[in-house]
Design a protein around this ligand. Structure first.
Ligand SMILES: [Zn+2]
Length: 255
């Protein structure tokens, strides 16, 4: 990045240089080129007894940030380790992706899998000492919303529920028009709402094992609610004037 103004031309700028800038209007020249490259992400799929999926997504792109990055990675890893040993109704997909561009890439490469995702959560900022905070899915009345809110209410702890807004983390990409996945985000203090956010103070001292553990246990309770929830699927092909009560009774299965 090159900063240029009447008095300044820098290829990179340090915090000290930034702090020394006078109040003025600056031109910012972003010097980049569009070339073929690569994007690396991690993905784990655990097969359940049905092909319907629960998605857990975290991002891996913030260098050195602990709550806003690493806490999500560690929590998703622990959930995956736990579920690997369990028989589940749902299949589970875990994504470790660069934020925004990684989600867009995964969605564009996996169109046939999108329909199978029935519930999802973006896991971020789960290690600080703030109360749990749930950002709802775009629709706001999805099963995952009900499951998370039920678990938070039963916890008897203080918590916060906020409506979806179209910025933030990868819940935006997963909820974008045409994709419309029911993906919320369960955090502690929401990104951008703590002073340590995107600074070197978001370090190991800012998170604690106790807070991570509480977040992890909450996520596992949500999984438990989803697993025990019944889903009714119609297997009936309607024929006009020929539906009998017996037909209706025999054309639903519950999983
Ligand atoms: Zn961030």
């Amino acid at each position: 990045m090159i900063f240029s103004s009447r008095t300044l031309s820098l290829r990179y700028i340090s915090q000290k240089q930034f702090d020394s800038l006078k109040e003025d209007t600056y031109d910012v020249v972003i010097d980049l080129s569009l070339t073929n490259g690569s994007l690396t992400y991690g993905e784990l799929y655990l097969k359940g007894s049905t092909e319907y999926e629960v998605l857990f997504s975290c991002y891996v792109c913030h260098p050195s940030m602990c709550n806003d990055n690493l806490s999500g990675i560690s929590l998703v890893t622990e959930i995956a380790k736990k579920l690997q040993k369990k028989k589940t109704k749902y299949s589970y997909r875990f994504l470790f992706i660069p934020e925004t561009i990684g989600a867009i890439t995964w969605l564009s490469k996996n169109e046939e899998k999108i329909q199978k995702i029935k519930h999802g959560l973006v896991v971020t900022c789960v290690g600080d000492s703030g109360n749990l905070c749930y950002k709802k899915t775009r629709r706001g009345t999805s099963s995952i919303d009900n499951a998370v809110i039920k678990v938070l209410e039963e916890s008897k702890q203080s918590f916060k529920i906020i409506d979806f807004f179209p910025s933030g983390s990868d819940e935006r990409q997963f909820s974008s028009p045409g994709i419309n996945l029911p993906v919320g985000s369960l955090m502690r203090t929401m990104y951008a709402q703590f002073p340590e956010y995107h600074t070197s103070a978001d370090n190991l001292e800012f998170v604690s094992p106790e807070n991570l553990k509480e977040s992890f246990e909450t996520y596992m309770k949500i999984i438990d609610v989803l697993e025990k929830d019944k889903m009714y699927v119609s297997t009936f092909t309607p024929k006009i004037n020929s539906i009998t009560p017996e037909d209706l009774r025999s054309t639903l299965f519950i999983f």
